[in-house]
Design a protein around this ligand. Structure first.
Ligand code: SF4
Ligand code: SF4
Length: 705
């Protein structure tokens, strides 16, 4: 991993009374150390990747504290790691992107929640919901409910988030239950500060080792019959009341008073900042958060504490619940609590706000306006209503003027090694027709969009080959599955390849071997090039680094296996054509090899900058288009999709079609030339070498060229 977190690692060392400044997810990282965590693990994914990335890079400091850090190979391994807290008084934390990561971890989580924990167990979830989300839009809430694990949703400010991490461990220990903490994108990347405490070197750690398993063998700590029946009862009879007691006594939820006592708002902690902004727009809150309407902030969204709800809602005419996402779990539970307590406060929520989707400030302001118009018409909310009205008018006007805007889907980085593979597939499809393509989670999924438009299904990380299992037998043409090396090691090897071999499947699998889990922030894999270098430098065995994708596939029994340089479009196309048409029955795997360009550039740029600064001769390759030769048919663009290969006005006044042009960002990956050659396009592309700090010879040569 090339991105360096030097400054962030320094801030992890802050002691008593100092000030941490930074983003929310790094505040969580510091809070874990302040809480005396013994071990940390997780699987990368936005918006929580930085937590683990920083800890992995801070390994030396973690060793000083005795904290074990594990970059897990999947969320399931991370969840299973929390098993260390079942028998030992060790605090552990793991992290991943939710909902997808929680789905993957579900089995281990069920077992963990059943057995219960002795040491505090905290799961930090990147709740990838709403605008900017990149996974299926579901909530983690239902997982907490079904397993009876507790779910924190802290108010987004750094001090509250840090406090909730520390309290989260205590809650976990007080109720012997794992605790989840959901942090939305906005909370993870929120900037702020908090006063730090000294880090705690844990009592149970890599330094202070345990002498063995617990002296007394306790069968009840295994989630296995008959213990599971008792564990289920413990959850509701003992652990749940203990959790509610703790939440109540330690005041984990917050009440902000307001003068309009007859009304109340119940809000998920994570939505609090947006709510205050919405109330501010309606003229009902100031910039410091003082609201005229009382607010009950649920920093713990599961379990709810009936006593607190009853106390807040008693004597109120109406209560509005702000709960993002569907279904309305919290609202339904509050309805039950109010009914059981025979309270007459009117309850509103999803009837006044949208059921699904991001609760932005505007969405909440609209819901609040509807609520207030009904129960407090005397309140002056005119400015807010005018703002909502103006927003609607502006949107309508924009829609009328612009019509439907073209979608701007994400695309590969400039020079990405995965782009040439799809160029080759597109070329071959012109001859053999389009096959069914099962796509996977990862950068290659961008090929689902123009100009490649390949990818008929997306079923999860590492699941592309498995998702082709039902399709392949029904297709006259071979179907194709594409997965990245990240997906291969995460789930694809067993769920896809092993299953295909066992069932004697046919079909083609393309594995993008770019060296990293690129889409999640270019974290290392077992097959990353750095693994071997690091093991050698540390004097360790490099046996595991020999577990390349190819040797693993061969060992498993894959007989048709080719490794091809991605940028060689001609060879890639020929190999792909062979895979699609060969008489060989069985799985055909093409390992498409080419380093992630993002990583390559991160490595090259400082090297080039140093070279230039030292006055050394430095050569960069660029591609260009001869505008006189370009016919303006743009078939090169349709085959490439590179953002730096674009169009400009035709300089020839007699021709109207714009010509292709390569703009500044070109990294000289060579795909333009390869495509032109493989697809027999017009000869307008040229390759240029930009020489900086030229030698005398270069200058002389230039004179004669
Ligand atoms: S991160 Fe790497 S693999 Fe992903 S699109 Fe960019 S260059 Fe390609
Ligand atoms: S050579 Fe072509 S495809 Fe590669 S970065 Fe430059 S413009 Fe893009």
């Amino acid at each position: 991993m090339e991105r360096q977190f030097t400054k962030e690692i320094e801030s992890l060392r802050l002691g008593d009374g100092e000030t941490f400044r930074g983003e929310g997810i790094l505040a969580v990282t510091k809070a874990l150390l302040q809480s005396g965590v013994s071990y940390v693990g997780g699987y990368q994914g936005a918006p929580v990747s930085h937590l683990l990335d920083v800890m992995v890079q801070a390994r030396d400091y973690m060793d000083e504290l005795g904290v074990h850090v594990e970059a897990c190979t999947s969320e399931a391994s991370a969840a299973a790691m929390l098993g260390a807290s079942i028998n030992y008084p060790a605090r552990g934390a793991v992290t991943w992107k939710s909902i997808v990561g929680t789905n993957v971890a579900a089995d281990a989580l069920s077992y963990l929640a059943s057995a219960g924990v002795m040491g505090g167990a905290l799961i930090v979830l990147g709740e990838d919901y709403g605008e900017g989300g990149v996974v299926a839009q579901e909530r983690s809430h239902s997982f907490a409910m079904k397993s009876l694990m507790w779910l924190l949703d802290p108010r987004p400010n750094l001090a509250t988030i840090v406090d909730m991490v520390e309290k989260g461990f205590e809650l976990s220990e007080a109720s012997n239950t794992p605790v989840m903490m959901e942090l939305r994108i906005r909370a993870c990347h929120l900037q702020g500060s908090f006063t730090t405490k000294k880090n705690i070197s844990p009592e149970t750690s890599k330094i202070r080792k345990l002498q063995g398993p617990p002296e007394e063998f306790i069968y009840d700590r295994l989630a296995h019959p008959p213990a599971i029946f008792r564990q289920e009862k413990l959850k509701s009879d003992v652990r749940l009341p203990a959790a509610r007691r703790f939440i109540l006594e330690k005041k984990l939820n917050e009440i902000f008073k307001g003068e309009e006592m007859q009304l109340g708002i119940v809000v998920q902690g994570g939505l609090y900042n947006g709510l205050i902004r919405a109330l501010g727009m309606l003229g009902l809150a100031d910039d410091f958060g003082a609201s005229r309407i009382p607010i009950y902030v649920l920093n713990v969204v599961y379990p709810l504490v009936p006593e607190e709800i009853v106390s807040f809602a008693r004597d109120k005419k109406a209560v509005l619940v702000l709960e993002e996402g569907q279904p309305e779990f919290i609202e339904q539970e509050i309805a039950t609590i109010l009914r059981r307590a025979d309270l007459q406060a009117k309850l509103h929520g999803k009837d006044l706000l949208q059921m699904a989707g991001d609760y932005s400030t505007e969405v909440m302001a609209k819901g609040l306006a509807g609520f207030l118009n009904r129960y407090a018409p005397a309140l002056d909310t005119a400015s807010g209503n005018a703002w909502i009205h103006r927003n609607g008018e502006t949107k309508q006007k924009a829609a009328e003027l612009l019509g439907a805007l073209p979608q701007r889907p994400p695309s590969f980085c400039v020079g990405c090694p995965e782009r040439p593979v799809f160029s080759a597939m597109k070329l071959v499809a012109q001859d053999i027709g389009r096959p069914h393509v099962s796509m996977d989670v990862g950068c290659h999924a961008f090929a689902s969009f123009e100009p490649f438009s390949q990818g008929n299904t997306l079923l999860g990380y590492g699941m592309s080959l498995a998702s082709a299992a039902g399709v392949t037998p029904m297709q006259a043409k071979r179907s194709v599955a594409v997965m990245g090396d990240g997906g291969f090691w995460h789930n694809g090897l067993l769920s896809g390849v092993a299953s295909n071999l066992m069932n004697k499947g046919d079909g083609v699998l393309i594995i993008m071997k770019n060296g990293y889990a690129s889409a999640t922030g270019t974290q290392e894999l077992i097959s990353s090039p750095e693994q071997e270098a690091r093991a050698t430098a540390a004097g360790q065995s490099t046996a595991h680094t020999n577990a390349t994708i190819e040797s693993t596939l061969s060992g498993l029994g894959v007989k048709w296996l080719r490794t091809i340089n991605n940028y060689d479009v001609g060879t890639m196309a020929a190999t792909y054509r062979e895979a699609m048409t060969t008489d060989f029955k069985g799985l055909k795997v093409i390992v498409a090899e080419g380093e992630c360009q993002l990583e390559r550039q991160r490595r090259l740029r400082p090297f080039l900058a140093n070279s230039l600064a030292e006055g050394k001769r430095t050569v960069r390759v660029k591609y260009g288009v001869d505008e006189d030769t370009c016919t303006g048919d743009h078939s090169c663009i349709r085959l490439s999709g590179c953002p730096t290969l674009t169009i400009k006005d035709n300089p020839d006044p007699l021709r109207r079609d714009p010509v292709a042009t390569v703009i500044d960002g070109c990294v000289g990956c060579g795909l333009c030339g390869e495509n032109a050659h493989a697809a027999v396009l017009c000869p307008s592309f040229y390759r240029a070498e930009v020489i900086q700090n030229p030698t005398l010879w270069d200058r002389l040569l230039q004179k004669f060229l």
